[in-house]
Design a protein around this ligand. Sequence first.
Ligand SMILES: [Fe+2]
Length: 200
Amino acid sequence: MPIKHTLSELTGPVFGDDVVRLNDQDLTKNAKVNGEPLGERIIIAGRVTDELGRPISHTLIEIWQANAAGRYVHKADQHQAPLDPNFLGGGRCMTDSNGCYKFYTIKPGAYPWGNHFNAWRPNHIHFSLFGRNITNRLATQMYFPGDPLLEYDPVFKGVPVAARSLLISSFNVDYTEEGFALGYEFNIVLRGKNHTPFEK
Ligand SMILES: [Fe+2]
């Protein structure tokens, strides 16, 4: 039975385009100092919708990730892998009027995290976004197809079996740019039975 939305679900933050600066959606450029970041350049794109497939337009999406060597720019990350002076690993963009978004970035590397013996996180990108209101903040992790580490990862396996595929992006040749970068599609559903699993 559809539940009528209350005022708090119909109102909330409205992000103007001025919140996003030039190149914020391009992680290969937004922290460039003296060269190109190292690693495989990729495109992540998709659509944000509600449970009925209606676009969630003009909402802010933020992402963060490790660099190609599997290292975060964070003092808590002491993994013995190199930092990249030209890569920070954070970006943001707004969905357009059709709920679509697009990021350019570097494919993140796997990294050890000490949760258990030989524990390696699969390649992943963290996502945070807002729905129609601030109480709809969704934080989740996007994975890559065919990653052999998925079946060993307690974070991924903590998601109900039926919903796991919703967290794995798919290779999309239409998002791939000739001679430049492979494209991956990751669609996000904010509410309803088939919503994207999110972190509590
Ligand atoms: Fe992570």
